[in-house]
Design a protein. Sequence first.
Length: 289
Amino acid sequence: MTKLYGSVEAGGTKFICAVGNEDFEVVAQTQFPTTKPEETIAKTIAFFQQFDNLAAVAVGSFGPIDIDEASETYGYVTKTPKPDWSNVDMIGPMKEALQVPFYFTTDVNSSAYGEVIARQNVDNLVYYTIGTGIGAGAYQNGEFIGGVGHTEMGHTYMMKHDKDHDFEGVCPFHKGCLEGLAAGPSLEARTGIRGENIPVEHEVWDKQAYYIAQAAIQATMMFRPEVIVFGGGVMAQDHMIKLVHQHFLDLLNDYLPIPPVKEYIVTPAVANNGSATLGNFALAKKVAN
């Protein structure tokens, strides 16, 4: 019987669950809103219980999460702004119900790994998701970057845009961090208009791109990756990547050699925001019996 590998993309808004075959092709998939932990985890378990040949599952979760296997709270969502989800054991109930090995990481690490798989001859990559929240994962020479825990690059502090000094940001923990200034909710907080309805010529997009370009500068200086990928709903706006390129080149000021910017700062290679699912299939295969 062919082995199947499970993927859980555990987002703050929705869970996407899938199973894939040995070629990492999606065999079955479902999604549902992220509601109360008990209800959401129960739906996840019920989906995977349909498959007798499930070999392992990888979970890429919103955070912060505890990924230290020696910790008493390994597998938990920790201090998150997501209501009802702080200090919730996500992996324990799934592992007990399904009795298969699990790989637990952040959703952006899963996406970063999926992008590495999708791109030939890339071993050093940084992936940011710019959506309801902002997170990032860095993959270098076969390993995710992180020590006692995962990185929190979405909460690094930013230099303010000249026309944005009066805006405090939407992050409940940090007033001037990347997530607070550039995540999707910051658009509506500034304008009173949902992001998808804001005209492309509105000045708020330039502010957004300025902060995202700073994230690319930080990634460049800290990790020297081959590629920086920006995914998520905000980057689905066609004009955004061009604005980010412009601000990035201005901020970099020829300080370091980089590939051509259109090849260096890109949107995902995996269609339909499927990077995390592909990455999870591969991570599940790594821990399968």
